[in-house]
Design a protein around this ligand. Structure first.
Ligand SMILES: [Zn+2]
Length: 320
């Protein structure tokens, strides 16, 4: 059997982008499993949610958004620190860049390494990589909750930290008036999970409980289509939880009996492939996912920093 190409390095075909207007002044752009982004109109300003991988990629999104509104971007909200979500920030000209306080710490600690790692794993997303001026630094951070008053009768945009999950500092953006939730990578709809920087047990338990408790009627996950209606929202949350729990069970069993990382990878792959193997980035993510979960079960509290070199090492060991 030929070796699998590293991560998403061979996935170079353009994805179809779809812009949906979910309510008056609420926009989501999805892209067949590539990172999703959104925007919310205030009375005289815009809040953008996520920034894509490069300013060039972000400018294409902004050009589409500008067909609907010419309001200036006051806030750029970043759900977490991952490079393919944040490094396009300079294109927005935002007054304020908002993130969780842990996200700022993580950018300081591992932003450079993550940049090299993610651009190597997903070269297609790194459109015109030289357009990135440097790391993206949040200018406003919070620990639990922050509220943006949208003005007029537009209600509030509530930014919330619901616990450790996909990273140490994920936040969601919640529009109570419309019951629309931008969930970032805490929920994926019909896309595989990346858990290489995750806290699997917190995420599968209290953090997803917190997401579900909001009672969203539309949810934009990190990847995959917008889910419309309570049943679809609940299904997306359940899928995310099932993916995590299956990994925890399979990797946990191998770990408990003193097996090897490679055996744990094989067990997790065998259990997940029928349900999730056809979804975007499944083969790409799983070696990194199992590797982090193995560390977590071994008592390594915080995710080990991924570097371009470590990526290749883990890949060759598990997918090679
Ligand atoms: Zn992420």
């Amino acid at each position: 059997m030929a070796a699998k190409p590293f991560a998403s390095s061979a996935d170079l075909g353009e994805k179809q982008q779809t812009l949906e207007v979910l309510a008056d002044g609420v926009y989501a752009l999805t892209a067949e499993g590539d990172p999703n982004i959104g925007a919310i109109e205030g009375e005289d300003f815009l809040v953008c949610f996520e920034a894509l991988a490069t300013p060039t990629a972000a400018r294409e999104w902004l050009a589409r958004l500008r067909e609907h509104t010419d309001k200036p971007v006051r806030y750029l909200v970043l759900s977490h620190y991952h490079a393919v979500r944040v490094l396009g920030a300079s294109a927005f000209g935002a007054d304020v860049i908002v993130a969780h306080e842990k996200t700022r710490d993580l950018i300081a600690e591992r932003g450079e390494a993550d940049w090299a790692s993610e651009f190597g794993r997903m070269p297609r997303l790194a459109k015109d990589p030289d357009s990135v001026p440097g790391l993206t630094w949040p200018t406003l951070t919070f620990s639990d909750r922050a509220v943006i008053e949208l003005g007029g009768d537009r209600g509030q945009l509530v930014l919330q930290y619901l616990g450790r999950g996909h990273t140490e500092g994920d936040i969601v953006a919640w529009l109570p008036k419309h019951r629309i939730l931008f969930a970032g990578d805490l929920v994926e709809a019909e896309a595989a999970l990346y858990t290489g920087d995750a806290f699997h047990r917190d995420w599968a338990g209290p953090t997803l409980d917190g997401v579900a408790a909001l009672g969203a009627e539309a949810l934009i996950g990190g990847r995959g289509p917008v889910t419309h209606g309570r049943p679809a929202v609940e299904a997306a949350i359940a899928q995310t939880r099932d993916f995590l729990q299956t990994m925890i069970d399979e990797v946990g069993a191998v770990h408990a009996r003193g097996g090897t990382l490679k055996e744990a990878f094989a067990a997790a792959h065998a259990s997940l492939v029928d349900g999730y193997g056809h979804w975007p980035i499944f083969e790409h993510c799983l070696p990194f996912d199992v590797s982090r979960l193995w560390d977590e079960l071994s008592g390594i509290e915080r995710p080990v920093v991924w570097t371009a070199e470590r990526d290749r090492e883990v890949w060759d060991r598990l997918q090679g």
